[in-house]
Design a protein around this ligand. Structure first.
Ligand code: TNX
Length: 504
């Protein structure tokens, strides 16, 4: 059977027969969260889920059993569908099975986001993390601060690729989601048991906000009124000022965010905050002294802790990139570990929930094969097989009580070199399929995993499902001519990347 992600237990009841679409469903909490039992027989299909999500995942499995055409948007006339008679018992390994889309570097229209919700659901992935703000664009309507999108959602031009020669796409770029668009995305996702996690990145990655409201920046060291929405890539010096006015401003932003996104977690970024301006800013230095902090890192930690408490007081939980660990975190806050495994291990050992998304393993903006024909090659090479062998629980935590703090994992797709839906498809697929199996299925240790079997299931069924879905994946033989970007430079990282054994 060619199911992906592989279910925990399959029993063949012998034979197969036509399927007329008869599905009976029920919920029995004893089955467990997100778990299901699917029985297919000559009498039709029966799905008992531990909850509504379990029933829904059971339906996704049944859909795969009925063949690739089930993934088209409407039935095509091809005669009766034959299904194997089976009993399947299945449940996810992790509660957080996520995918991050960076809609800040390149805006992705609402319709494309909704389509990704469908693609995640078909693979039993259940978290869509939207990276909504960055130096290069602010993508969420905030009614009390209209300039965030009037100014912050648009940039004059865009750096093409990330290396030499320096090339520009001279067309202005931008876009944003209205609050109603986002409510629609949240509701559409909820119908498919996908939670949308919004990210408002602070105090770094904030130049688009500063371009809109110059008083948010370090006005005593730079002329922030002259700043524009950033047009190229990399870690940026222009960060938020550590003032009360800035805290109040972002509380205002987050109040509107909370009203749109009902989920437990709110992501406040916290990554890659340059300390250069704070070192030179009399205002920042006075703040450090006044708060009795050691240095600029303490200042960043103080800002993060402020929002940690602010969110907790409103019944939500903060999640942020692993830099937020550096100043000590309140109970309840969660960490997204992107720099190797170290931060995730420390956070899990300190009792925090951790989502593993190491860039050395599951960054889908990174290139997926060697070779000159790969479009705008960036990062390390993560092949389909590498992603299939991704293990969220590092060896040092395996078998310890801290392992339970690894609540899941996430594949991240940054979009500096990924400018539209077809490039997103190319980077995400097929690797997101391997990721889905790594976070749903109970797989052995990385080196023991049967990648040949996974590849067989891809070749005999899953590429046909992706074709039916209209996904512009990277074919196993390499990019099609129109998927290449000759002449647009990338930026490859140097070090080798197989890391899971080096995790601690
Ligand atoms: C690091 S991951 C970043 C992003 C970049 C990405 C490129 C993280 C928290 N920060 O801002 O887009 O690398 O791979």
């Amino acid at each position: 059977m060619n199911l992906i992600p592989a279910p925990r237990r399959i029993e063949r009841n012998g034979g197969s027969g036509p399927f007329g679409g008869d599905v009976r469903t029920g919920v029995d909490p004893a089955v467990g969260p997100e778990a299901y039992r699917l029985v297919v027989s000559s009498g039709g299909a029966e799905i008992v889920g531990g909850d509504d999500a379990g029933v829904f995942w059971g339906r996704q499995t049944l859909r795969q059993l009925t063949g690739p055409d089930a993934f088209r948007r409407a039935p095509i006339e091809r005669g009766p569908v034959t299904v194997p008679y089976v009993t399947i018992e299945d449940r996810p390994r992790f509660a957080w099975r996520g995918f991050m889309l960076d809609v800040a570097r390149h805006f992705l229209p609402k319709d494309d986001v909704l389509r990704y919700v469908d693609l995640l659901a078909a693979h039993k992935l259940n978290v869509l993390h939207l990276h909504l703000t960055d130096d290069q664009g602010w993508r969420i309507e905030i009614r009390r601060y209209p300039r965030l999108t009037e100014i912050g959602a648009w940039r004059k031009r865009t750096r093409m690729g990330w290396g030499e020669p320096v090339l520009w796409d001279e067309r202005p770029h931008g876009g944003f989601y209205t609050q109603d668009d986002l409510r629609e995305i949240v509701a559409y996702a909820a119908e498919r048991h996908v939670t949308v996690v919004p990210e408002i990145d602070l105090p770094g990655h904030s130049q688009a906000a500063i371009a809109a409201y110059p008083e948010l920046g370090n006005t005593d060291v730079v002329d922030t009124a002259a700043l524009e929405v950033m047009t190229d890539w990399g870690i940026n010096r222009n960060v938020l000022a550590p003032t009360d006015a800035v805290l109040r401003f972002y509380e205002g932003v987050l109040e509107e965010v909370l009203a749109i996104f009902p989920g437990q977690f709110v992501h406040i970024g916290g990554d890659e905050c340059s300390k250069e301006q704070w070192r030179g800013s009399p205002t920042a230095q006075a703040r450090i002294r006044e708060l009795g902090l050691r240095d600029e890192d303490g200042l960043q930690a103080w800002m993060i802790r402020h929002f940690d408490r602010w969110l907790a007081a409103r019944g939500r939980r903060l999640i942020g990139w692993d830099e937020i660990l550096e100043g000590g975190l309140a109970e309840g806050a969660a960490v997204m570990c992107w720099r190797w495994y170290r931060g995730g291990i420390a956070a899990a050992e300190a009792g925090h929930s951790v989502v593993m998304c190491p860039q050395q393993e599951v960054y889908l903006d990174h290139v997926q094969a060697h070779g000159p024909e790969e479009p705008v090659p960036f990062g390390w090479v993560h092949t389909l097989e590498d992603v299939y062998r991704f293990e969220p629980v590092p060896p040092r935590l395996a078998g310890t009580p801290h392992a339970a703090n690894i609540i899941g994992a996430q594949a991240n797709l940054w979009t500096e070199v990924v400018e539209n839906r077809s490039r997103v498809d190319y980077q995400a697929f097929p690797r997101l399929v391997a990721f889905a199996e790594a976070v749903w299925s109970e797989l052995p240790d990385p080196d023991e995993r049967d990648f040949d079997d996974f590849e067989r299931r891809m070749n005999t069924a899953h590429y046909a499902r992706l074709d039916a879905l209209g996904v512009g994946y990277r074919p196993p033989g390499g990019p099609r001519p129109w998927q290449q970007r000759p002449g647009v430079p990338g930026r490859m990282h140097g070090k080798p990347r197989r890391t899971w054994r080096m995790a601690d």
